[in-house]
Design a binder for this molecule. Structure first.
Ligand code: NLE
Ligand code: FE2
Length: 325
């Protein structure tokens, strides 16, 4: 028995699953998974649209070049892309006031007042990061598509959010089964501006470091149901906290209506629930509040056994693994 936590010895480190120890090592966490690509999937609205496919590849290739420490370049979005952004932004307008949680509404308002989000122009990631740094220290890092759950969650441990830079196809602006820049900006950014939600996302990230594949699967399912598709109750009404709802007009209405099933958020139950990644969810989890969801998640974390715990040092942006005694 020792009252001092020991650092993991190098020998032990080698038998462990690799994970990034410093924010710069996220450069090794950017490998993409091919799924739902307009080049190969006939269900994709951009399937067969040569110009869209080329544009998407150009933006993805640029994102892939990004390395830790680089300044994020300004992207010259096309008028068509600005128009898609505007269509989504304006259509969501009133629904954002009636169907979203207070945290979202407050932060959206600040983002609009500070002109970080405006209807006419797609915001630049570099400018959004200035705002987020001031609010919670979160930062968006360009990535070139879907990442493995392990890499994606590891980034969250450092308050880094891997962000797609291409836009959804203009033919279907109001729902996209895959993430795109509009979803990242309208769904995630206002929520990452909130200290509790930022902490919750980082906690899920920290829990994932060096975890078994089975635990990664569970954590990514919890992430899916709370950070992407979570609801909460406010004044007896269902309100969205999940980014996947906040950026999709139809599903936002659907989720808060009586049509789908609603269950209380309980991480242990949520972690093994099957989900839909092509269409609207048939089932949503409802938290009492973001605060309550965070408390439940922290309790759940203590039930996930790992032979070590991790400590994040925000000054050096690094992780220390502490062997359990
Ligand atoms: N359904 C969301 C949208 O249309 O913006 C994207 C969800 C990504 C997981
Ligand atoms: Fe997302």
């Amino acid at each position: 028995f020792s009252i001092f936590a020991k650092k993991l010895s190098d020998e032990k480190n080698q038998s462990q699953i690799w994970f990034p120890r410093h924010i710069s090592e996220l450069d090794q966490c950017s490998k993409c998974i091919t799924k739902y690509e307009p080049t190969t999937d006939p269900r994709h609205p951009g399937h067969g649209d040569v110009a869209y496919i080329a544009r998407r590849k150009f933006l993805n290739d640029q994102a892939l070049e990004f390395k830790f420490g680089d300044e994020i370049g300004y992207v010259d979005y096309t008028e068509e892309e600005h128009a898609t952004w505007k269509a989504v932004y304006e259509k969501l307008g009133d629904l954002h006031l009636s169907h979203t949680c207070a945290v979202y509404r407050q932060n959206l308002k600040i983002l609009q007042e500070e002109k970080v989000l405006t209807a006419d122009r797609i915001p630049q990631i570099r400018d959004v990061n200035k705002f987020l740094q001031k609010k919670t220290g979160f930062e968006l890092r360009p990535c070139s598509g879907l990442l493995s759950a392990r890499d994606f969650l590891a980034s969250l441990a450092f308050r880094v959010f891997q962000t797609t830079t291409y836009l959804r196809h203009h033919k279907s602006p109001h729902h996209s089964p895959e993430p795109d820049l509009i979803h990242e900006l309208l769904g995630h950014v206002p929520m990452f501006s909130d200290p509790l939600l930022a902490q919750m996302s980082q906690d899920i990230g920290l829990m994932s470091l060096g975890a078994s594949d089975e635990h990664i699967e569970k954590l990514s399912t919890v992430y899916w149901f709370i950070v992407e598709f979570g609801l909460c109750k406010e004044d007896g009404k269902l309100k969205a906290i999940g980014a996947g709802l906040l950026s999709a007009y139809g599903e936002l209405m659907h989720a808060c209506s009586d049509a789908p099933e609603h269950k209380d958020f309980d991480p242990a139950v949520t972690a093994v629930q099957k989900y839909e990644d092509d269409d609207y969810q048939p089932l949503y989890f409802v938290a009492d509040s973001i605060h309550d969801a965070l408390a439940k998640l922290r309790k759940y974390a203590s039930s996930m056994d790992r032979p070590f715990s991790v400590v994040y040092d925000p000054f050096t942006k690094s992780i220390e693994a502490i062997e359990s005694s």
